[in-house]
Design a protein around this ligand. Structure first.
Ligand code: PLP
Length: 396
């Protein structure tokens, strides 16, 4: 360790995270290295962020090119080309007509709530304001997104949360009853719930929800902050359900590890948004947008998406076989390169053992271990990760 050892592993940092007792100093591809020179296979991707792995030369070149203009930031008081070009490309690749940029996932969802609420009120009058999220959801840690996040332990100490936002069951009958109300403005859904245990919502459910929201003049917001941008094997997860939302939120991998969020909206939603309705100092700046253009080009490459589908199928089959043969594995869920494995021991213990054996994993609930490898991961690396995971399970 080059860092002084603090009792709580955080030193001068506020203690909001239980950090693992390793200091990461370097990264190459799917591997991270600690200060003692130990290598770890990184199947966290910084929680679904570094889709292109670490130390990617294309990202490094894009950063260098962006720096050559001398522009890191000029604010949204002026037009800059990279942000406009990035928005135009996102529009070409998606259902959307316009894009708002911000700096994180929670910010993207907060913005989406505002746009959806304004639109809904203009359609249905002042009472049409409620935003619904689903059981098991995670949409962020700010006051409105926390109200839409189904984690009592994250919420309890911070009440009152933002009003007009509630959680409903992932159940079509219940949704049918709840959505039949003049008060509901929007429903926000992760097509694959990430933090909630890697739960893939089924296509029929998403299609029925799309039809219901459309029939009731309710905005459908898809949160693809974790599952979007190639993670499930298509650029957007919604493509696999054959639906399109009214708003879509993105963040995590979009700028290769630099902080960026985005809200994609239809023309209809955009038509109610006026100058001054929302804003952010940093959002969509020229430096970050230039880098994000490069990342988006790579993540939307059909060859990469094909690779994710191939690797995902292979990995999913191996995990299913492990589930059959290993009594310490209860179930396996996932899609593409986003997998959750329910284990008998505490997930934290399995993750700590895996780290000891050279594999980094993240939990998604007390007994769920989550696999989020970089999308460029090879079959050999997946196989290596799997055998370390098995060894970790055996020693937990
Ligand atoms: N939405 C989803 C689905 C997420 O997984 C996350 C983060 O894990 C967020 C929103 C919040 O994103 P951020 O941490 O960038 O605010």
């Amino acid at each position: 360790m080059t860092l002084p050892v603090a009792a709580d592993n955080s030193g001068a940092l506020l203690n909001t995270y239980r950090r693992a007792p390793i200091e990461i100093v370097r990264g190459v591809g799917c591997e991270l290295f600690d200060a003692d020179g130990r290598a770890y296979l990184d199947f966290t991707s910084g929680i679904a962020v570094t889709a292109l792995g670490h130390g990617d030369s294309g990202v490094a070149n894009a950063i260098r090119e962006a720096l050559e203009t001398g522009l890191i930031h000029v604010s949204n008081l002026f037009r800059t080309e990279p942000g406009e070009a990035l928005a135009a490309r996102l529009v070409e690749l998606s259902f959307a007509d316009h894009v708002f940029f911000c700096n994180s996932g929670a910010e993207a969802n907060e913005a989406a709530f505002k746009f959806a609420r304004k639109w809904a009120r203009q359609q249905g009058g002042p009472a049409k304001h409620e935003i619904l999220a689903l059981r098991g959801s995670f949409h962020g840690r700010l006051f409105a997104t926390l109200a839409a996040t189904d984690r009592p332990q994250y919420r309890a100490a911070f009440r009152p949360l933002a009003g007009g936002i509630s959680i409903v069951e992932r159940d079509l009958d219940e949704l049918r009853a709840v959505l039949d109300s003049e008060r509901v403005a929007a429903v926000i859904v992760e097509p694959v719930q990430g933090e909630g245990g890697v739960r893939v919502l089924d296509r029929e459910f998403l299609r029925a929800l799309r039809a219901l929201t459309r029939d009731h003049g309710i905005a459908l917001i898809l949160d693809e902050i974790q599952c979007g941008l190639g993670r499930t094997g298509t650029l957007f997860a919604y493509e696999q359900a054959g639906i399109t939302p009214d708003l879509l939120t993105l963040a995590k991998p979009i700028a290769g590890g630099l902080p960026m969020g985005a809200v994609l909206v239809t023309e209809e939603i955009a038509s109610v948004v006026q100058a001054g309705d929302h804003g952010t100092t940093f959002g969509g700046g020229p430096f970050i947008s230039h880098v994000a253009q490069h990342v988006l080009a790579r993540l939307s490459d059909p060859a990469l998406l094909n690779h994710v589908r191939d690797m995902g199928r292979w990995f999913g089959d191996r995990l299913a076989a492990l589930c059959e043969s290993n009594p310490r594995v209860r179930t396996v869920r996932g899609l593409g390169l986003m997998w959750g494995v329910d284990v008998m021991p505490a997930a934290a213990d399995v993750i700590a053992q895996a780290r000891e054996h050279g594999l980094l994993l993240v939990s998604a609930g007390e007994h769920t271990v989550r696999f989020l490898p970089p999308l460029v991961v090879s079959r050999e690396e997946l196989a290596r990760g799997l055998s370390i995971f098995e060894a970790a399970l055996a020693s937990t």
